[in-house]
Design a protein around this ligand. Sequence first.
Ligand SMILES: [Zn+2]
Ligand SMILES: [Zn+2]
Length: 175
Amino acid sequence: MNQGMAENDEPILPVGERPKGPNLERLRQNLDDYMVEKGLRTTEQRRIIVSTFFDTTDHLTIDELLERVRAIDHRIGYATVYRTMRMLSEGGIANELHFGDGLTRYELADESSHHDHLICENCGKITEFEEPLIEELQERIARQYGFHLLHHKHELYGLCAECVKSPDSKRRMQR
Ligand SMILES: [Zn+2]
Ligand SMILES: [Zn+2]
């Protein structure tokens, strides 16, 4: 009768469930601490950029973030956005992501909301996933090699569910 059940009673987690969001409060505190430590000033423009970035769950490029902050203050320039994101990245508040299209994307860095990415090479859609089995497996691999694991990233490239369905799914968009 127990056919198909796991050996123990632990439920098997569904694959592909969206991970929980980052701890914004802690990241804000980390940012404050970092700026104090480095003697960095908070300017109004910087404040707008940071709060816009904290408000998004997307994986934004500088240009996409620039567009959003300019809707709030049109005087904000590319260089200010770029420098602010570099600062967040150096302070461990933002992760820089490179998905092979030459663009740098940013997302909030939070150890407690670790996730990996599925990247659609047709439409560019980025989906986040978290899979305990993968996390566990890579720790086992690291142990086998006496390797001390600090962090990792998995990027799976292909076609998203919608693009697979489209008739010209085999033809990739030229970038
Ligand atoms: Zn797609
Ligand atoms: Zn992500």
